[in-house]
Design a protein around this ligand. Sequence first.
Ligand code: FE2
Ligand code: FE2
Length: 303
Amino acid sequence: MQPSLLEDIAQIPNPYPIVAQTQYPDIWGLCEQARALAWDPAAIDFSDLAAADLPPEVRAAGAEWWSLRAWMEHGATPYGAERLRDAIYSHQPFEVKQHITNFIAEELRHHEASFRIARAIGGASADYQATPRADYFQAIIPRFHDEREERQMSFFGGLAVNTLFEQLSGELLQARYENAQFPSIREACRLILRDEARHVQFGRLIMRRFFGELGDQEKEMLGAKVSKKLRGSLLNGVYAVVNLPDDERKRSGHNRALAAQWGLGATHPDEEIAIIRRGVNHIRADVEPWGVSIPPIPEIDGA
Ligand SMILES: [Fe+2]
Ligand SMILES: [Fe+2]
């Protein structure tokens, strides 16, 4: 075997001690809620979408939109898997590993609900897109989670930053929930939002508990990461279409607008920046007391 191959073999650190003593009762409370509020995307009745009188062009736009939602939700699972591994080998107590395990399962559940909606809307005209048709999306979705960026942050610092994005995507999802005219889409959005509220709550608990311990340098880095991720991937068609190349912005924006006009649980591209601006300003107010500041983002703060 070549030495370079040996380098690729993952090292398994010592798993002991495997901590069973609860250290964070408020995190354990979230785990209990997750157990009580589990739900099944396959149990939602999507027949309203099959029966709806929608032109083929709208069905195709809706299937594309919910495929995008499905890819985004799925993007949280590799991120979660890496954090679970960190939690295991940094000997976090049971409730932290349980919360991250729940997080992974819940994001996968959001993914499932989204691809089921995409299929049901698509009907005979379109399907869930397992691979994005647009080249640009093929390139952008893998950049959604960049483990090299994550590794620069402390375990709890990184988890807190992720939760800030959950807060932002929650605000966008709220608008999409309000847009949804079909009971099945509304129900899926409501249940996803309920899970997301718990994810956001986890971030708040972490900030309250751990942000006081962060050094100035890490605080500065966390703020810079938020701004970088927003500009680098989330405004590139994930949260909004603003940073997409011209032709793709027009194509993708047109489809989003169609999905929104027909009440398929989408946001019109013209509304998205205002929602994100409001969300980022909430986040700024939340993290400022901890000495974390998010550098200006020209797309939303103005040049
Ligand atoms: Fe989610
Ligand atoms: Fe989430």
